[in-house]
Design a protein around this ligand. Structure first.
Ligand SMILES: Nc1ncnc2c1ncn2[C@@H]1O[C@H](COP(=O)(O)OP(=O)(O)OP(=O)(O)O)[C@@H](O)[C@H]1O
Length: 357
């Protein structure tokens, strides 16, 4: 396994790119540490596949270098990069048995049969597919085919990185959670460097120790699932992660204070920077219905099981609060309290409050 360094990477699909908008990847500087479990998370079109294809060598970046353990591999073709990849759709040989499918990547590399048998047995046990080993792959369900496809990605222990590209797309929803936690467990056992690409926050947060969040060709935050939830560095992260996402509210600055709909807000710390489009971000988990606070009118209440989401209008702006207490009826006048240590300012999307560490 290897540490993977992406240094000053940019990529444009256009022959003569001009402005930043012509780049599918704007400027990526990133280290993937050896043995880490990473997720690359972002909406459709943000550049995930472009980045993955650059790492695997299917695509040559317009600018920048890719290093594996410090060795420059930018000009190496995919077959010399020693990468295992698991795709959205199963890549297996239908006419072969499960055993031969799992053995294939090893035999292809000339691994001796004793070691092949041992490794296939280990992977089959981890994936709990031992009883299928002699079944022809054509007879497997789509879920099991994808499991075997994952097994093929994990069977070699000499690869630099295992990359998963939306591997649960074809999996039945009720089996997804099982395979998700299985993959996490597999990473803990094999300790390979793994990159899991997805647009699904639950998949990313369950699998990864570190989540790399992308938006429009840029990395907006790298952090643990807790860090992304607790202190979003960008409004996009706050909104994209969480259910519902962070409230992102219009704000104005007045004499060093931050006002939302004319009300002064207490923030987590000192306001930093200046100018730009000022917003306040607070997660619905940290907004509560209280006796005092911002006057609001309830617009909608959605009971989602263990808690409810109350949406209330403060002036012209809707604010969401997650509450488990008594639910107010629609149209009721209420007060909203914001937890100050979870209330942050953002300028042009980026965090603009400082906390003492
Ligand atoms: N072969 C291509 N030629 C031209 N533009 C492309 C090509 N592939 C991707 N793009 C553009 O590059 C940007 C990033 O696309 P990319 O496929 O990397 O995003 P993604 O995050 O992987 O999206 P998805 O989850 O839908 O695959 C998009 O604007 C896309 O339209």
């Amino acid at each position: 396994m290897a540490k993977i360094t992406l240094s000053e990477l940019r990529h444009s699909y256009l022959p003569n790119p001009k402005g930043a908008e012509d780049y599918a990847l704007k400027m990526i500087d990133l280290d993937w540490e050896d043995g880490g479990a990473y997720a690359l998370l972002g909406p459709s079109g943000c550049g995930k596949s472009t980045l993955l294809n650059i790492i695997s060598g299917l695509l040559h970046p317009s600018e920048g270098r890719i290093l594996f353990d410090g060795r420059d591999v930018t000009d190496l073709p995919p077959d010399q990069r020693n990468i295992a990849q698991v795709f959205q759709f199963p890549v297996i040989y239908d006419t072969m048995t499960v055993r031969d499918n799992l053995a294939f990547p090893l035999r292809n590399r000339g691994v001796d049969e004793g070691r092949v048998a041992q490794r296939v047995a280990e992977i089959a046990a981890m994936l709990e597919v031992e009883e299928m080993l002699d079944t022809r792959a054509a007879h497997l369900s789509p879920d099991n085919k994808q499991k075997i496809s994952m097994g093929r990605g994990l069977v070699r222990d000499d690869v630099n990185v295992v990359m998963f590209d939306e591997p649960l797309t074809v999996i039945d929803p009720h089996l997804k959670w099982k395979l998700r936690s299985k993959l996490k467990e597999l990473h803990q056992r094999v300790r390979a460097t793994m990159i899991y690409v997805t647009h699904d926050q639950t998949e990313a947060l369950t699998f990864a120790d570190q989540v790399v969040v992308m938006q429009e060709g840029e990395i907006v935050q790298i952090g643990t699932p807790v860090e992304l939830f607790e202190r979003p560095q960008h409004t996009f992260v706050g909104h994209f992660i969480g259910s519902p996402g962070m409230n992102v509210l219009p704000a104005v600055e007045q004499g060093g204070a931050v006002l939302f709909e004319g009300h002064k807000l207490a923030l987590e710390g000192k306001l930093s920077g200046q100018g730009g489009d000022l917003r306040v971000g607070i997660r619905p988990e940290y907004v509560s219905l209280a006796d005092t606070g911002l006057p609001a009118t309830v617009r909608k209440v959605s009971d989602v099981g263990r808690h409810a989401v109350v949406e209330a209008m403060v002036g012209d702006t809707p604010v969401k609060a997650i509450t488990s207490g008594a639910l107010p009826p629609q149209g009721e006048a209420v007060h909203l309290a914001f937890r100050p240590d979870q209330t942050r300012a953002y300028r042009d999307g980026w965090i603009a409050t400082e906390v003492d560490t």
